[in-house]
Design a protein around this ligand. Structure first.
Ligand SMILES: [Zn+2]
Length: 339
């Protein structure tokens, strides 16, 4: 440690002390290295996802792990974040990420980095059982269904997602209205006709998505960035989201032919992390609202080094505007939990 401190510049030292000064309770501040606010905010959400570290802690590889191993570095970072005296808990993790085609010092997309991290964990964790456990923790299972309008034959294809990508409109949205739109059936006609395997020719069809199962940790991606003719812009429109919902809100958008075959509608989900994008599509900054303790309603606002207690009303202020919620993380409550 002595050598470490002696190598640090005075400026870095001042920044580290600034970080620790604002550390409060269960959430600790993270220094911003080369625009790492996006990864910092994701790390705050991973830290609050205690189930993830529980799985990573079961992994004790016998072979030597290389520097760029993301599951190992993430595990170390999450453990170090719990040690308030550690000056730079996430530095090695960031360095490892930068070895995997994530460019240092550039503006990142939080949903994209979230997927890169989860996919690298899948690829690099040497225990296939644990890889599957982490996959199951986040995996939303859906089935694509294309029904021929002529003979009613249905072609099915299973699919899975780590986050639910919800398009939002320019006007007012609710989480439920976005979910309904996501699952809404579309008619494939004219040039979009689909090849029916039973009719053995292209036919007008109906395309729909069936929800097969929801995971313990549900990540919702509010698609605020829209590309129009090569120019990306950010949608500041309002998307209200609850701190708590029942999975029945998914039922309304389901195809009629699967209404009786959908997952349970009475599972309870509670919000515990919100990744916020501040600014425009060109220049932005990421922060996070975190509720680290399941049965506690106390929120914290993490803006790199700075962490402060927050209220639900503060989280609600991210419904719209330039400081808007971008990723929402909900946790399924166990059947035995009250509420
Ligand atoms: Zn057909």
């Amino acid at each position: 440690m002595g050598e470490f401190w002696s190598k640090m510049s005075y400026r870095q030292y001042r920044r580290f002390t600034y970080c620790s000064y604002y550390d409060v309770s269960e959430v600790r501040g993270l220094f911003n290295y080369s625009l790492s606010c996006c990864v910092n905010s994701l790390l705050q959400s991973f830290s609050a996802t205690t189930e993830l570290l529980d799985i990573l802690n079961k992994w004790c590889p016998s072979e030597e792990i290389e520097q760029s191993n993301i599951p190992q570095r993430l595990k170390n970072a999450l453990l170090a974040m719990r040690d308030k005296s550690h000056p730079a808990p996430h530095k090695d993790f960031l360095d490892s990420l930068y070895r995997h085609a994530i460019r240092r010092g550039t503006q990142q997309d939080a949903d994209e980095i979230f997927h890169i991290i989860l996919n690298l964990i899948q690829k690099q964790i040497s225990d296939l059982g644990l890889a599957q456990e982490i996959r199951s923790l986040y995996e939303i299972k859906v089935e694509t269904q294309v029904q021929c309008s002529h003979c009613s034959f249905i072609q099915r294809e299973p699919n899975s997602l780590f986050s639910l990508p919800l398009a939002i409109s320019e006007k007012e949205n609710t989480l439920e209205s976005c979910i309904n739109s996501f699952f809404q059936s579309q008619n494939l006609v004219n040039g979009d006709k689909y090849h029916c395997n039973q009719c053995e020719q292209k036919q007008p069809s109906t395309h729909g998505l069936k929800l097969v199962s929801l995971p313990l940790i549900l990540c919702v991606h509010l698609k605020r960035f829209r590309n129009d003719r090569g120019v990306t812009r950010k949608l500041d429109s309002k998307v209200t989201f609850p701190d708590y919902f029942k999975s029945g809100i998914f039922a309304a958008g389901q195809p009629e032919n699967v209404a009786n075959d959908s997952p349970r509608a009475d599972e309870h989900y509670s919000l515990y992390a919100v990744i916020v994008h501040i600014g425009s599509a060109m220049f932005g900054h990421y922060t996070a609202y975190i509720r680290p303790v399941q049965e506690d309603q106390t929120w914290y606002y993490a803006d790199d080094c700075s962490v402060r207690p927050a209220k639900w009303a503060d989280v609600q202020s991210t419904y719209e505007g330039s400081n808007a919620a971008y990723l929402l993380l909900y946790r399924k409550k166990s059947c035995n939990s009250s509420g």
